[in-house]
Design a protein around this ligand. Structure first.
Ligand code: AMP
Ligand code: ZN
Length: 137
């Protein structure tokens, strides 16, 4: 179902300009207008879903396969040294466009991107407590 106020729905419908680099029955892939690195692209499902929690399983699978396809190209054609796939779910997690999308971010030696957290050993009891809540109940 399409959302009339959604910019990515408009891109999928051809009503807003975008530089499309790949598409299939379920997905469209276009260049991000504010790239983190050279070749940064977004993969979206044609069908509108706000986020990871609401996207339909077949669309989620198709978006991931399309992202893998693009990741292969990023390495082969742009000579990237690595790739980050990223999804933000919720405003607190940096989501700004509420049509599900996967960022495909080519990574280059010395590109300067950093993890959004500083890895450090966690508290074992707190990790175990969180695991208890997360595990199958
Ligand atoms: P997020 O913050 O994870 O929701 O990512 C949204 C992404 O969409 C950002 O990286 C924006 O630069 C990108 N973006 C927003 N509008 C457009 C547009 N019209 N065409 C291409 N990319 C866009
Ligand atoms: Zn949409």
């Amino acid at each position: 179902m399409r959302d009339p106020d959604c910019i990515f729905c408009k891109i999928v419908a051809g009503e807003l300009p975008a530089t499309i680099v790949d598409e299939d029955e379920r997905t469209v892939c276009f260049m991000d207008i504010a790239p983190a690195t050279r070749g940064h692209a977004l993969v979206v499902p044609r069908e509108h879903s706000a986020d990871l929690l609401s996207i339909e399983a077949d669309d989620l699978a198709a978006v991931n396969l399309a992202a893998q396809r693009l990741a292969v190209r990023v390495k082969d054609r742009l000579a990237a040294d690595g790739v980050n796939l990223m999804n933000s779910c919720g405003a607190v997690a940096f989501q700004t466009v509420f049509h599900f999308h996967l960022h495909v971010i080519p990574r280059y030696e010395g590109d300067g991107l950093r993890l959004p957290w500083v890895p450090a050993p966690g508290d074992a009891d707190e990790i175990a407590a969180a695991a208890q809540e997360l595990g199958r109940q």
